[in-house]
Design a protein around this ligand. Structure first.
Ligand code: ZN
Length: 111
């Protein structure tokens, strides 16, 4: 099995999210270089995204594991999608891109 890359949010991303710790939190990373067809609903969270979107659930240590292919995509994004590497994980136990059991879709309030 291919190596995985353990990543965590950069301190600036945590500040931008207004949280002190990433543990257990869901982070969204949008790859604006990969636009999606308008109206397509995300298979993970059910709402339309304007671009390829990664949903990253952090573990209790505030990290997650992604494939080397996904990390290469992040490296091509501004600020690496707001993430940084922790280490390389040989034979990772599971894909880091998980479907959370419940995601609350936040929609703008109607005026
Ligand atoms: Zn989504």
């Amino acid at each position: 099995m291919a190596d995985g890359i353990r990543i965590r949010p950069q301190p600036a991303r945590l500040r931008a999210e207004g949280v002190g710790s990433a543990a257990g939190r869901l982070f969204i990373v949008r790859d604006l270089s990969r636009p999606l067809e308008p109206g397509d609903r995300c298979v993970t969270c059910g709402v339309p995204h304007e671009a390829k979107t990664y949903h990253l659930r952090m573990d209790a240590d505030g990290t997650t594991i992604v494939s080397t292919g996904v990390w290469e995509r992040f490296l091509a994004m501004p600020d690496h999608g707001g993430f940084e590497t922790v280490n390389v994980v040989a034979d990772p136990p599971a894909q880091g891109l998980v479907v959370p059991p419940a995601v609350v879709a936040i929609r703008p309030a109607h005026p």
